[in-house]
Design a protein around this ligand. Structure first.
Ligand SMILES: [Zn+2]
Length: 458
């Protein structure tokens, strides 16, 4: 459609709205940082998964060809520590938590990203990127460790807008004063294997494993090249993670990793005192994603995410999700009363306003206002087609709410029974697998006081 507005997105690096410049073939590369798999993901961790899955759907709807990459960090200090605590190999913990993550996000019914690389499967790319940095004098090896020389990058700090002199990497505090690093600002690209670490790989500078930041630079480059369109993630990753990713690629390749750095705000919990606080394991206020889906249902939860601008904090509370559920119920009720087929021209401005809001820094909250206006006017017109409504809801993966009362088949009920049996036997991995299988068949499992029931996903 020639009259569509350009797509602009807020870029953390420039602090400005920047126009999305797709490749000549319409391709748009998106890399969003995924989970570190040492425990189950909470609903705050789900926000970037939802935002970037929706962005991909929107770009698809605009006729572009997005490729979404969401990595899995499966080698990390946190994984070693959690595995040691449980007395199991770190690979076993990482594999189990990766399976949980896949099943938990499958239940959102938004599909999978195009690529979900594992850090442990990208070791060759990581080693060659580190080698390039050493060759260019931007990194140095010390007794099996390799550190990035922050002062080799004259643009360091330009993403997070921090003064180099005021920074601390917040890692390796035990190294302070040992003279191991040339500069306290430098951070690890490769860490020599330590006692108690049960995974390691051979590298020219010694046996060990990669640091977190270099993993993402390597995985992004391997799948999207350098200079792809959008690098995303939670705003808590801007420093040091993304600042370091940007610096590594700049120094190794002489080019910027991504054109636009897009960051989502944090999900907040309302504390007993009524104030909001960031949802974090360290605060102890987390709600796991599967628990949130079980409590509110997948549909209400998705609409709740759309009620806030992605860059703003969003308060997760019973009332805010209930308000979203009520909004969705009104849309669904109207939508089910409409006939299939094209919507009347009179509704077109609202539909256009919906997509224009998404083109303008992916403003889902404003888009929902346009959707509400469409619904109000459609009700007044009494009886038009619902094509526009399907087009709008499908961006959020919510077109399913227009289909009334589909019934599960015998095979679905068998899977549900098998899942109940697995849960009773405390075989959580099998229960997760079966929940994933049901999600693939279009069913969400909702656990209630009277047992589990199946609710259509789409
Ligand atoms: Zn990352």
């Amino acid at each position: 459609m020639p009259d569509e507005p350009p797509i602009v997105i807020h870029d953390t690096a420039s602090g400005e709205l920047r126009e999305l410049m797709a490749g000549d073939d319409g391709s748009v590369g998106i890399y969003a940082c995924g989970p570190t798999v040492y425990n189950r993901i909470h609903i705050g961790n789900a926000r970037p998964f939802v935002v970037f899955s929706w962005l991909k759907r929107f770009l698809d709807a605009r006729g572009l060809t997005p490729t979404l990459v969401v990595n899995v960090t499966d080698v990390n200090d946190k994984i070693y520590a959690a595995a040691a605590q449980q007395g199991i190999p770190s690979t076993e913990l990482a594999e189990a938590m990766t399976a949980h993550y896949i099943a938990d996000t499958d239940a959102l019914g938004l599909g999978r990203p195009d690529h979900e690389p594992l850090a442990t499967e990208t070791i060759d790319g990581i080693i060659s990127l580190i080698a390039a940095l050493i060759e260019r004098g931007a990194a140095y090896a010390v007794d099996g460790d390799v550190y990035f020389r922050v002062r080799a990058d004259d643009r360091y700090g330009s993403l997070s807008h921090r003064d180099v002199e005021q920074m601390s990497q917040g890692e390796d505090d035990d190294l302070v004063g040992t003279g191991r690093k040339d500069d306290p600002l430098d951070f690890a690209l490769w860490k020599a294997q330590k006692d108690g670490e049960d995974t390691a790989w051979d590298a020219p500078w010694g046996r060990g494993r990669p640091g977190w930041h270099i993993e993402c630079s390597a995985m992004a480059e391997e799948l999207l090249g350098v200079g792809f369109q959008i690098h995303g993630g939670g705003s808590d990753l801007v420093f040091p993670h993304h600042e370091n990713e940007a610096a590594q690629t700049r120094c190794a390749r002489g080019a910027e990793l991504a054109q636009i750095w897009m960051h989502n705000g944090m999900l907040e919990m309302r504390s007993a005192g009524g104030a909001s606080e960031k949802m974090a394991k360290s605060v102890g206020n987390v709600t796991l994603l599967p628990d949130a889906i079980a409590e509110h249902g997948r549909d209400a939860l998705l609409l709740f995410f759309a009620t806030g601008h992605y860059r703003q904090p969003l308060v997760y509370a019973r009332e805010t999700v209930a308000a979203a559920a009520a909004r969705l119920a009104r849309i669904a009720e109207l939508g089910r009363s409409l006939a299939d087929g094209p919507s009347p021209e009179a509704l077109r401005p609202h539909r256009d306003a919906f997509f224009a809001a998404l083109a303008s820094d992916f403003n889902t909250a404003q888009a929902l206002e346009a959707l509400a206006a469409w619904v109000r006017e459609a009700r007044a017109l009494d009886g038009p087609g619902r094509d526009d409504l399907v087009a709008m809801l499908s961006i959020f993966g919510l077109e399913n709410v227009l289909e009334a009362g589909a019934e599960p088949e015998a095979a679905d009920l068998e899977l549900l029974t098998a899942r109940e049996a697995a849960r009773a036997a405390k075989d959580w991995a099998e229960a997760d697998r079966l929940r994933g299988a049901l999600a693939e068949r279009g069913w969400q499992v909702r656990d209630g006081a009277d047992g589990a029931e199946l609710v259509p996903l789409r």
